[in-house]
Design a protein around this ligand. Structure first.
Ligand SMILES: Cc1cc2nc3c(=O)[nH]c(=O)nc-3n(C[C@H](O)[C@H](O)[C@H](O)COP(=O)(O)OP(=O)(O)OC[C@H]3O[C@@H](n4cnc5c(N)ncnc54)[C@H](O)[C@@H]3O)c2cc1C
Length: 420
């Protein structure tokens, strides 16, 4: 088909989808990008919104504004419900039907409650700005409640924070809450005593930060413990109820439960019958197409892409962005017709996680760092990766303010959540 008559539809304006769209700037055909929210979200800093360090606008930008100079991409706000690959069309929840010639699926992932979806109500995950504001609200409200209560059992529950999942998100949340509860907020609450505050990081396996090479997991654990976080490893959660987390031989009463344990594919992929892994992610070809659906591509967190050793690539922003750039280039240049397909190769530039204030662990191309230098690297990289000069400047100023004053700028309770 002549490219000028072709319609490429991209589902998802996250790291993967946006990178594809940016590469299609000079594409002669039509390009549409559909997202259920109107903004691109920099998820790696979402925990800072949840812990009152940053505002939502610091880490998100409207997709329309980001692609402003992109003459070809039409931005559509809407949630895709189903894909009808036979008819080359997709349906939105509001009933609209959109036809495509090539489809790029980049819908990201969902939190995985491992078959216990009813836990989600009491243990929200951190994925959207709405989630972050809800968690911020709970943290701040529980401090307010504890300040005014006399009953020891109530104070204890309000001042107990349980974070489930010892990956980077769980570690970053636990470290940031320790900072809020023990330093920033303590100055503002006369009735709170440091020894009353309990923070648990719960992990089912034997260690935390399992994606990082040793000794970074151990170092991260020590840094958290120095902040007063109780790290419970080999402790699978067996149940969650309102204000209660059940472990094998312990029940923790708490008004603050945060879920950060693992991901799974979104339900949208159910409409494509293809081989899936245990997380529901479709196992894609080396050019990111879906086997037997050569005009549908899948990338980012929702895709299972095997590296040279046969292991799936991790769910990281850098994987999603690089896949997006790769696919965008293929689509812009046209698929090769000589029978050889391009192969995506991930360039691992490393990974990092902060552990409280001014400390982090980092693994950069085999070089391992921890402590202040790792945090400095983390800060510099994240500021550079943020979209837009305004956001970079604002985040830099907020971090400097927080670093020198120990104060968190966004301690606002705007919509009273029920945290009792
Ligand atoms: C709290 C948190 C912290 C993280 N920290 C790090 C980190 O430090 N470093 C790192 O590398 N990675 C980190 N990640 C992972 C990283 O954010 C993801 O790997 C990355 O966002 C994946 O990009 P993506 O484009 O596949 O999906 P996403 O960025 O999730 O984008 C998916 C987009 O698709 C849209 N969408 C989904 N379903 C539909 C639908 N049915 N219809 C229309 N639109 C839809 C969504 O609204 C969203 O905009 C973190 C993730 C989280 C949640």
């Amino acid at each position: 088909m002549d490219k000028r008559n072709e319609h490429i539809v991209i589902i998802g304006g996250g790291f993967a989808g946006l990178s594809v769209a940016k590469k299609l700037k000079k594409y002669p055909g039509r390009v549409s990008i559909i997202d259920k929210s109107n903004h691109h979200l920099f998820q790696p800093l979402l925990y800072q919104v949840a812990t009152a360090a940053l505002s939502p606008g610091d880490i998100a930008a409207p997709i329309r504004a980001i692609l402003g100079k992109h003459s070809r991409a039409r931005v559509l706000l809407g949630e895709v419900e189903k894909i009808d690959s036979g008819n080359h069309s997709l349906s939105l929840t509001d009933g609209r039907i959109i036809n495509y010639d090539k489809l790029v699926l980049a819908p990201g992932a969902k939190y995985n409650y491992f078959g216990n979806d009813d836990w989600e109500n009491n243990a929200p995950g951190l994925k959207t700005i709405g989630d972050a504001l809800k968690i911020r609200e709970r943290i701040l409200l529980s401090l307010e409640e504890a300040e005014q209560r006399e009953e020891p059992w109530l104070r204890k529950a309000f001042l107990t924070y349980v974070i489930i999942g010892g990956g980077p998100t769980g570690v970053e949340m636990a470290g940031a809450i320790a900072e809020i509860a023990r330093r920033s907020m303590r100055y503002n609450f006369q009735n709170l005593k440091e020894e009353e505050i309990r923070i648990f990081l719960i992990e089912a396996t034997g260690g935390i930060l399992n994606g990082f090479p040793e000794p970074l997991g151990d170092k991260g654990r020590k840094m958290l413990e120095n902040l007063g976080v109780k790290v419970l490893t080999n402790s699978p959660v067996t149940g969650i109820e309102k204000n209660k987390v059940f472990l094998k031989d312990e029940v923790i009463e708490t008004a603050n439960i945060i879920w950060a344990a693992g991901i799974k594919a979104p339900p949208l992929l159910d409409s494509i019958p293809a081989e899936k892994d245990r997380l529901g992610r479709i196992i894609v070809n080396q050019d990111l197409s879906i086997p037997n659906y050569l005009d549908i591509f899948l990338l980012g967190d929702a895709a299972h892409y095997k590296d040279e050793a046969g292991n799936p690539l991790p769910a990281l922003a850098s994987v999603a962005s690089q896949q997006g750039e790769f696919l965008g280039e293929i689509l812009a240049g046209g698929l090769p017709t000589n029978g050889t397909k391009p192969v995506f190769k991930y360039v691992d530039k490393g990974q990092m996680a902060t552990v409280g204030r001014a400390k982090a662990v980092a693994d950069i191309k085999g070089f391992k760092f921890s402590g202040f230098f790792a945090w400095f690297l983390w800060s510099a990289v994240h500021i550079l990766l943020l979209i837009g000069f305004r956001n970079r400047l604002r985040v830099f100023i907020e971090w400097m303010w927080n670093y020198f004053t120990f104060k968190r700028g966004v301690q606002l309770i705007t919509d009273r959540a029920d945290c009792k």
